[in-house]
Design a protein around this ligand. Structure first.
Ligand SMILES: Cc1cc2nc3c(=O)[nH]c(=O)nc-3n(C[C@H](O)[C@H](O)[C@H](O)COP(=O)(O)OP(=O)(O)OC[C@H]3O[C@@H](n4cnc5c(N)ncnc54)[C@H](O)[C@@H]3O)c2cc1C
Length: 376
């Protein structure tokens, strides 16, 4: 007689996405165990972001990014309120600093509307200055539904929901490889320090963020399936010494690979600028500015929309790394979430390229993944 699997659902990766998936499974009454390779949850992509709840403005109509961002944003505000996660709808200005950039804002207005974001407002330069006296622009789009959230508190709240249901997080546990057994369950090889253990799971979600690069050939995909290749794009943040000059987020028009050197505020009111885009070959979080060129580039970009930025006011902050599945110079890729129909293996879902707006989208993506698994 076949043995039942050791666990019902295994989720690889204790970032915001893996945690949200596990909570969605637990909410359906399933047992869900998250395996996380680090000593705590959220030590990688999820804790090194801008912590912005995006409205859903930039993404192509019908894309998974657009749908998950708009649906996820609403869900995230509700979740934050219900679970006492600090979050605030503070609104954002996307600024045109030349008349040529107004056309870019017009394009975003159209995209946003197509995505169901219907609350954008045009601001003249004078309107923008009435909201933010220090901003420099020729026009701006104002997004009132954009906000900020404490991403660490969010992950702790998700972990709490999981533990209150039928789930848990197992730390310092790295998936080395997975096999598909003849009865259709998965055999997972998990390394915890020097110890290697094997256990079986009926369902498998793989939400490894940057770790998807090294899991590429370790998962039991069907013949002929080629998983997307994960590439790394580092972003640096500088923080502002002293009082933040703005009450709202301020974004310039996007650049290749990112949203431009924007100003965000954390919930304590500290201003930070970034992230820039540096394509790298291996995971390395070092804040790298040996000759001060990065700081000078930041100052130049910021002064386009904040001409009064004082000299020497920027302090090196932190870095984050985007898991990209597009290459330098290519248009941004959509989230790629592959289920049985795509890779040929029942009851397994693998997630690739979960860059921004992944934090905003986490709850919507979790439901999408559970549906894609196609069990119950
Ligand atoms: C610079 C930057 C700014 C961003 N800003 C925003 C923003 O303002 N708003 C927004 O909505 N989104 C933003 N994002 C995107 C958002 O942060 C991500 O989409 C989201 O955090 C991804 O979560 P994740 O769970 O997929 O990845 P992660 O948080 O990296 O989680 C994956 C986890 O898997 C674990 N893992 C990997 N391999 C294994 C393995 N083999 N075994 C066990 N565990 C493993 C890792 O240790 C990690 O903890 C930003 C991202 C970056 C990099």
């Amino acid at each position: 007689m076949a043995h039942p699997p050791d666990i019902e659902t295994a989720v690889i990766g204790g970032g915001v996405i893996g945690l949200a998936i596990a909570v969605a499974c637990a909410n359906k009454g399933q047992e869900a165990i998250v395996f996380e390779r680090n000593e705590d949850v959220g030590r990688e992509v999820s804790s090194r972001s801008s912590e912005v709840i995006h409205a859903g403005i930039y993404y192509p109509k019908g894309s998974l990014k657009a749908q998950a961002c708009v649906a996820g944003r609403k869900r995230l505000y509700e979740f934050a309120e219900r679970n006492a996660v600090p979050a605030k709808r503070i609104g954002k200005l996307i600024v045109a600093t030349t008349s040529a950039e107004i056309a870019v804002l017009q394009k975003f207005e159209g995209l946003a509307y197509a995505n169901g974001v219907e609350d954008l407002r045009w601001l003249t330069a004078a309107d923008a200055r009435a909201l933010e006296p220090d901003v420099g622009c020729v026009a701006a789009l104002f997004s009132p539904s954009t906000g900020i959230i404490d991403s660490h508190a969010l992950m702790k709240a998700l972990e709490g929901c999981l533990q209150a249901g039928n789930g848990s997080v197992v730390l310092r546990s790295q998936l080395r490889s997975a096999l598909c057994l003849p009865d259709g369950t998965f055999e997972l090889e998990i390394a915890s320090g020097t110890e290697i253990s094997k256990l079986t799971a009926r369902n498998l979600f793989v939400a490894g963020g940057l770790g998807m690069a090294s899991l590429r050939d370790k998962l039991p995909f069907g013949n002929g399936y080629e998983p997307p290749k994960t590439r790394f794009a580092k972003g640096h943040y500088f923080t502002l010494q002293g009082r933040a000059p703005f009450q709202h987020l301020v974004y310039p028009v996007p650049v290749d690979g990112g949203l431009g050197t924007h100003l965000t505020l954390d919930l304590q009111g500290t201003a930070r600028f970034g992230p820039d885009v540096q394509w790298i070959d291996r995971i390395d979080y070092m804040f790298d500015d040996p000759d001060g060129k990065r700081r000078a580039d930041f100052e130049h970009s910021i002064r386009r929309y904040w001409p009064a930025l004082p000299d020497g006011a920027l302090e090196p902050g932190y870095t984050g790394i985007r898991p990209k599945i597009s290459s330098k110079g290519e248009p941004p890729a959509d989230f790629e979430i592959h289920g049985p129909e795509r890779h040929g293996v029942p009851r397994m879902v693998a997630l690739y390229g979960i860059e921004s707006p992944g934090l905003t989208s986490c709850l919507a993506l979790a439901d999408y993944c559970v549906k894609l698994l196609g069990t119950q």
